[in-house]
Design a protein around this ligand. Structure first.
Ligand code: ADP
Length: 456
């Protein structure tokens, strides 16, 4: 889950818990106060009825009832049971009928007014003394108004809770999106920076918050990276340049030596070896120079619109010149009908060098067995597949073939320097493409190169 959504969720859960706790508190407090006021009203009525029952004077009794009728009125389902102490028949009857807990009666006997609530009904119990006689009044009523109020309050709190949750989640999402906007901008910018545009920097809007700190830390890191790349690039370029002159001199001297007539065979062989090794070194240094240039500085190169079919034909021409005995076959069967899907944006010289390297490897490591080049395209990429039936690459070493100077353990009898593939990989990556390799020792190798289609 994205941090943005996590924050919105945590925000919602926290607020939800607080609102829920507050709602429960309001509900409990509300219901306590409504029921306590109802109990009080019932107690007042119960007391009047008790005193009326205890009064022997009939006119006083009716005065109590008149007063109750006039000033208090009846509560819904109001009922009073008056029991004289010692009336065991009535006591048993009401105990059975009302099913109130034993503690309720014990409290009344102890002289404490007592309250009990069950279902919708509220019960109160009082004891009144009349001379040495005692009477107990058990009254009950239903607080219809209070119950409706509580129901309303419950619905109100529930709806309020749900609405506030929707609000909190929506605002939480908007808020976290707002907070993460600068981070998303940084991610977008950093994604756009690679070895070929290392000079680019993240824009700082002048604020002094943590995001600005992050941007400037990235920029510092890019500064250091650029310097390191520059140093490495310059070193390789300078070293390659410096090697060239002495190598040309060595080759020249060896050729002069070979031109001398009557040269003893041993000396001729030595000169030939010197010439051969010097040429190898010259090839190596120029490959290293290309590697350094393509790896770090694509912006110097000339880019244009290219057609992949034309590019592959020129690769074949180059391969024919370097290895005339090759058996390269170009398969145009899967070529897309839409011409637009054949064109790409790139540097012709570099792409040709990269693809020629891969194709020549296939010829070399298969001892000129047939090599198939297939061209196709999907929605976004042009795909060039180079398939050979050569020696293959050992499983454990396949991950290292793009490392400069790496050569697989089964290539001893083949000439090479381990520079061609890293160079090709750099060039393809510079064109926002990718290379995948599938290989089986003794069966062959399939290189699949993907390059983005150029859209208008
Ligand atoms: P090299 O000059 O050794 O060919 P590359 O950089 O072109 O250097 O290739 C690196 C290594 O990848 C090779 O040494 C070889 O082990 C392996 N490799 C590349 N292409 C093939 C292929 N078509 N078949 C088998 N192995 C290959």
């Amino acid at each position: 889950m994205k941090i943005q959504n996590k924050i919105a969720l945590i925000f919602t859960i926290l607020s939800g818990a607080i609102i829920m706790a507050l709602s429960v508190f309001i509900y409990i407090f509300g219901s306590e106060s409504i029921s306590s006021s109802f109990f009080h009203r019932l107690e007042v009525r119960s007391d009047i009825v008790g005193h009326a029952a205890a009064e022997e004077n009939k006119s006083k009794t009716s005065m109590y009832y008149d007063f109750k009728e006039k000033h208090l009125g009846d509560l819904p389902f109001e009922k009073h049971r008056v029991i004289w102490s010692g009336d065991s028949v009535k006591t048993r009857h009401f105990k059975k009928k009302l099913q109130l807990p034993e503690s309720f009666y014990k409290d009344i006997v102890a002289g404490t007014p007592t309250r009990f609530f069950r279902g919708d009904t509220s019960y109160v119990g009082l004891g009144i003394s009349k001379g040495d006689q005692k009477l107990v009044i058990i009254s009950s009523a239903v607080d219809l108004f209070g119950l409706a109020e509580m129901d309303n309050l419950k619905n109100l709190l529930l709806i309020g809770f749900l609405i506030s949750m929707i609000f909190v989640f929506t605002f939480g999402k908007l808020f976290s999106a707002q907070v993460f906007n600068p981070i998303r901008r940084i991610i977008r910018n950093v994604k756009g920076i690679n070895a070929h545009n290392l000079h680019q920097r993240l824009v700082n809007d002048g604020s002094e918050d943590e995001v600005a700190d992050l941007s400037s830390t990235f920029n510092d890191m890019l500064d250091r990276l650029e310097i390191t790349f520059e140093i490495q690039n310059n070193f390789v370029s300078n070293a390659s340049h410096e090697f060239r002159t002495p190598l040309t001199v060595i080759s020249g001297e060896a050729q002069l030596g070979l031109a001398v007539s009557g040269l003893p065979p041993a000396a001729r062989e030595s000169f030939n070896t010197i010439l051969h090794e010097a040429e190898k070194l010259e090839h190596l240094t120029s490959s290293m120079l290309s590697l350094a240039q393509t790896g770090f500085d694509g912006k110097k190169e000339q880019w244009g619109i290219l057609r992949i079919d034309e590019l592959i034909l020129s690769v074949k021409e180059a391969a024919d010149m370097i290895m005339p005995a090759n058996h390269i076959k170009i398969d145009f069967d899967n070529l897309p009908d839409d011409d637009e899907k054949l064109s790409l944006n790139g540097n012709e010289t570099l792409l040709k060098a990269a693809l020629t390297n891969i194709v020549l490897n296939s010829c070399k490591y298969s001892d000129n067995k047939p090599v198939d080049i297939q061209i196709s395209a999907n929605q976004t990429n042009i795909i060039v597949e180079v398939i050979d039936h050569g020696i293959g690459i050992p499983d454990k070493e396949i991950g290292q073939i793009f490392v400069p100077f790496f050569r697989a353990s089964n290539t001893v009898k083949y000439k090479g320097y381990g520079i061609g593939l890293p160079l090709a990989n750099n060039i393809i990556r510079m064109h926002q493409g990718s290379i995948q390799v599938l290989s089986q020792v003794g069966e062959g190798t399939r290189f699949s190169i993907q390059l983005p289609i150029r859209y208008q």
